[in-house]
Design a protein around this ligand. Structure first.
Ligand code: DP6
Length: 416
């Protein structure tokens, strides 16, 4: 009986990512194969990541998963596909100290427990499924000693959620759409790591929204079925943009990078409008943020900041460097001050050193900010932004060896 009681666990952390050339539209719904290549920047896991603990034990009688402490069902096709693919690649595992010996074929019969947690509010609509599926696949691969590299693992994470495949790397990442019918060549590769362009600063405006948005999966299905602009985009526009974007990233050419990023976000939202029925992801606040950035970039003569929006109203703003980021946060806080009952400490989260550089320490400093000179009659819209996250490009997945960070109990394999 004694050998029946062991639990083997692995804990990993995986970043989220934001696309600068968007994935929108599938050519295969089950395998999740896209209609075009896409490129993303990985966000610093210190501010936005998923932590996942996976465990295996002969005492588990079914696969189970807990997300942010609540049990969720693993019966969905996407989870099942990831679990099946990773199990098929499992290898022999032996831990003499703990008396664990798992033969390759044993993995089919053994069950796993998964506990996952996002270090940012799931409700904020910040690509939690990307980091989540990437972390699930990465952690299971380590638990099962799969020999596949991160690109090969990305092709499995892709079957959980398309954008997840790009979270297997840090820095700038390209998801190659591939040609093969079985999806084997539809995977992510790293273009450059996070050190290549480390002066970039990212500020996310989490925009308050009352309405529940159309999910990406449903939205892109409708676009594929009804939008002619989507077909033109996938065939004519994106292939050229991908090449230009790769060049801009390689040369750290911020002007081209910003122009391409903004144009691609705007075209993605134009495709959404071209869909029947039309999909509205951005709201008035999103539009005001775009206008604020466009006016500033225009007045400077060269772009200082790029903006991009996913399937929701939140703005992801990428500033050229710290100086631009400092000016940006001043302009943003002038236009979107916290509502009267909020405190600055919870209104600007993440890397607070940007606030310090901007000379903003308390609410009085926010109230004293001058209006951005390039915006005529600049209005102050209290409460339209829920909060800001200051971050930067970040690294890819990591194993967390510190056992105290595990989300499952080392003896029972149940949530702590
Ligand atoms: C707008 O990856 O969430 O964020 O593959 O159906 O799970 P599924 O969709 P998902 O779509 C992401 C769309 C996007 C653009 C992007 O990340 O490239």
């Amino acid at each position: 009986m004694a050998e029946k009681t062991w639990v083997r666990m692995v804990t990993a952390q995986t970043p989220t990512n934001i696309a600068v050339i968007k994935y929108w539209g599938k050519r295969d719904e089950t395998l999740i194969l896209p209609v075009n290549d896409s490129i993303s920047v990985t966000l610093d896991p210190a501010h936005l990541c998923t932590i996942t603990t996976v465990a295996v034990s002969p005492s588990f009688d079914q696969d189970r998963m807990w997300l942010n402490g609540k049990e969720i069902s693993l019966s969905g096709g996407r989870y099942q596909n990831c679990l099946r693919e990773i199990r098929a690649r499992a290898c022999e595992v032996e831990d003499k100290e703990k008396g664990i010996k798992i033969a390759k074929n044993d993995w089919e019969k053994l069950h796993v427990h998964v506990a996952s947690y996002n270090n940012f509010p799931t409700a904020a609509g910040l690509a939690s499924s990307a980091a989540g599926f990437a972390c699930l696949v990465f952690a299971l691969a380590k638990l099962m000693k799969a020999k596949e590299d991160n690109s090969e693992l990305s092709a499995i994470a892709r079957q959980g959620s398309g954008s997840a495949c790009r979270s297997l790397f840090g820095g700038f990442v390209k998801w190659i759409m591939g040609k093969a019918e079985d999806g084997s060549d539809s995977l992510a590769v790293q273009l450059v790591d996070e050190k290549h362009w480390d002066e970039l600063v990212i500020i996310i405006a989490v925009v308050s929204s009352r309405q529940k948005e159309t999910s990406s999966t449903t939205g892109m299905r409708d676009s594929v079925e009804t939008s002619l602009l989507l077909q033109h985009r996938a065939k004519e526009v994106v292939p050229k943009r991908i090449k230009q974007m790769e060049e801009a990233i390689k040369n750290r050419d911020f002007g081209s990078f910003a122009q391409l990023t903004c144009a691609d976000s705007n075209q993605f939202h134009a495709v959404c409008l071209d869909t029947c029925p039309p999909i509205f992801y951005m709201n008035d606040t999103s539009h005001r943020i775009i206008s604020c950035v466009e006016k500033w970039n225009c007045s400077e003569g060269t772009p200082q900041v790029a903006y991009t929006f996913d399937a929701g109203p939140n703005a992801v703003l990428i500033a050229h460097n710290r100086k631009a980021a400092t000016q940006l946060i001043q302009k943003l806080l002038f236009c979107f001050p916290p509502s009267s009952d909020a405190d600055l400490n919870s209104y600007v989260i993440g890397d607070k050193s940007i606030l310090k550089d901007a000379g903003i320490e308390d609410i009085e400093d926010v109230e004293a900010l001058p209006p951005p000179p390039e915006i005529k009659d600049a209005q102050r819209c209290k409460g339209d932004v829920s909060y800001f996250i200051c971050t930067k490009p970040g690294r890819g997945p990591d194993l967390l060896s510190d056992e105290s960070l595990a989300l499952l109990h080392p003896e029972t394999g149940l949530p702590k």
